[in-house]
Design a protein around this ligand. Structure first.
Ligand SMILES: C[S@@+](CC[C@H](N)C(=O)[O-])C[C@H]1O[C@@H](n2cnc3c(N)ncnc32)[C@H](O)[C@@H]1O
Length: 280
């Protein structure tokens, strides 16, 4: 690790949790961020929101783009830090909901941190613009996966072939771009997405949308939607299939019983016993 980064990291890790008024990343997350970024030798980076991460990434990257608003005090605090390498950072000021769509990156991104606006669907919108730009082998970091709608995106990404889940540090998730081809950002293809296949309510209908999906399905990535989650998705699929088969078998048995001679011959007896039951 370079001296400039080490010094900036020590400084950042000694700041309080509310060094700026939007709440900064935890020291453990900052350390992981610095470790992964240096290990991969990242050169072109981007993030949404600003804070301690901006200072660190400016010391690591050749070129860092930071999409942030000027509301609150995070931008002014960051711009005052002696460790910030001003000549390595481009601040794109304005709501990322607008600025990201307008921005054109002239080089593929090695590293992206999503930590700007957190309401649904803003992190998802940011993901849409970033996933197209992150190179294979590059890193995607998503903060605040404890927020339910961000957790949903996290669950999706853990089951998405384009990403390998590396680790979670507290409530921050680290993913690496795999060698899989990029999901077409201008088409559709929901039925090819593993998460949709695995969780489709009627798994038999899923066969119509995408035949052979079961054979290609890897084991589930782990519990979904936090501690309250239900059985593992593959177990649910198997359970639904078994239930459906059992219902079909019982219906068939019932139909053949009703059409049998013994059922017809015993009809008067059944009528008599139900009349007796009614009288009681
Ligand atoms: C949780 S903080 C980021 C913390 C930072 N990563 C750190 O290490 O200190 C969220 C940041 O997002 C910025 N932000 C909030 N709404 C935004 C928006 N619509 N577009 C861009 N940035 C936004 C805030 O001003 C703040 O800088």
């Amino acid at each position: 690790m370079q001296d400039t980064l080490r010094e900036a990291l020590d400084w950042a890790c000694s700041r309080a949790g509310w060094w700026h008024d939007s709440g900064n990343l935890h020291p453990e997350v900052l350390r992981s961020l610095a470790d992964h970024a240096t290990r991969l030798g990242v050169r072109v980076t981007a993030e949404t929101g600003c804070g301690l991460s901006t200072v660190l990434l400016s010391t690591i990257a050749e070129w860092h783009t930071c999409f942030t608003v000027a509301a609150g005090n995070s931008l002014e605090r960051v711009q005052d830090v002696a460790y910030l390498r001003h000549d390595h950072v481009n601040f794109v000021v304005g709501p990322s909901q607008l600025t990201l769509a307008r921005h054109s990156f002239d080089r593929p991104l090695d590293f992206v941190l999503i930590d700007g606006p957190h309401g649904f669907p803003y992190p998802q919108m940011e993901y849409f613009h970033f996933y197209q730009r992150i190179r294979k082998g590059g890193l995607l970091v998503i903060d605040d996966i404890h927020i339910p709608t961000i957790r949903q995106m996290y669950d999706f990404l853990r089951d998405e072939k384009m990403w390998t889940h590396i680790e979670d540090v507290m409530t921050t998730a680290f993913f690496q771009r795999s060698e899989e081809p990029m999901f077409n950002p201008h088409g559709d293809g929901w039925e090819t997405q593993q998460f949709n296949q695995r969780h489709f309510q009627d798994s038999a209908s899923m066969d119509i949308y995408c035949s052979g999906w079961r054979e290609r399905m890897p084991p589930p990535p782990g519990p979904i939607l936090g501690a309250n989650s239900v059985e593992a998705p593959s177990a649910l699929i198997a359970l639904n299939d078994a239930r459906r088969e059992e219902i079909a078998r019982l219906k068939l048995e019932n139909a053949s019983l009703r059409s049998s001679t013994s059922w017809r011959l015993t009809a008067p007896l059944r009528a008599l016993s139900s009349a007796v039951r009614r009288r009681r």
